[in-house]
Design a protein around this ligand. Structure first.
Ligand SMILES: *Cc1c(COP(=O)(O)O)cnc(C)c1O
Length: 229
């Protein structure tokens, strides 16, 4: 748990240095600490060290972990960064503060209905599949402009920016540049991009949110490794 505090300090230092090198203020970059698969005690260690923004990729895991933490730290913010099924929209809107993975009309419609009903109008990012990978979520780059317009116009969602997860074995900078370009022409100023391996590059390309898990909380257990214990 002491490692988490030290890791956080290291990551924050690297964010500051990358921002400075890019001629940007460090406050312009929000660290989203990705706590998926790690226990609530690990999140607590990060909270004790001053971290307030977290990311989870599964709604059920967020519900299991975060309500107790929120009681003790009412100012924490939880970003949903994983694929969202429409049957989990109600729970997602109730338990998260930002939805980063709006990627299709059916989901956007379900989110708009639920936010209207509950009055919880959460900021949303649209996920763009910049690598056009078949197995990956996200709207295709060529469909992004129309989808963004539909989400903002017809559905009235509060779209604040774009998010991407570049293909594993490609130069991430090309994908970060593409995401920045799509955001710029749609007048969106927030970019969620960059993970443990490439957040400094992402900051160079304008990331306002970096999603960092491993560099803070350590390696995640695979399901196989957990079962072998
Ligand atoms: C797990 C995850 C991250 C964090 O990845 P690390 O390499 O552990 O920093 C970031 N974004 C998304 C969408 C993730 O699922």
């Amino acid at each position: 748990m002491e490692a988490i505090s030290a890791n956080l300090a290291t990551v924050c230092g690297r964010i500051e240095a990358a921002a400075r090198a890019a001629g940007r203020p460090a406050e312009g970059v929000t660290l989203v600490a990705v706590s998926k698969t790690h226990p609530a005690d690990s999140v607590r260690a990060a909270l004790a060290a001053g971290q307030r923004v977290f990311g989870e990729n599964r709604v059920q895991e967020a519900i299991a972990k975060f309500p107790g933490l929120r009681r003790d730290y009412p100012d924490l913010k939880l970003h949903l960064i994983g694929p969202l099924q429409t049957n989990k929209v109600k729970d997602a809107v109730a338990h998260c503060d930002v939805i980063e993975t709006v990627d299709r009309a059916r989901l956007a419609e379900a989110l708009a209905r639920e936010m209207e009903k509950t009055g919880r109008r959460l900021p949303c990012f649209i996920e763009v599949n910049t690598g056009e990978e078949a197995q990956k979520a996200g709207v295709l780059p060529e469909a992004a402009d129309a989808f963004i317009a539909d989400c903002r116009g017809r559905l009235g969602l509060q779209i604040v920016g774009l998010m991407c997860i570049p293909p594993e074995h490609e130069e991430p900078a090309l994908h970060f540049a593409l995401l920045r370009e799509i955001a710029k022409r749609n007048r969106l100023d927030q970019l969620s991009m960059g993970m443990s391996a490439d957040f400094e590059t992402a900051i160079r390309f304008g990331a306002t949110h970096v999603r960092v898990g491993t560099a803070i909380f350590g390696a995640r257990q695979t399901a196989a490794a957990a079962a072998a214990k």
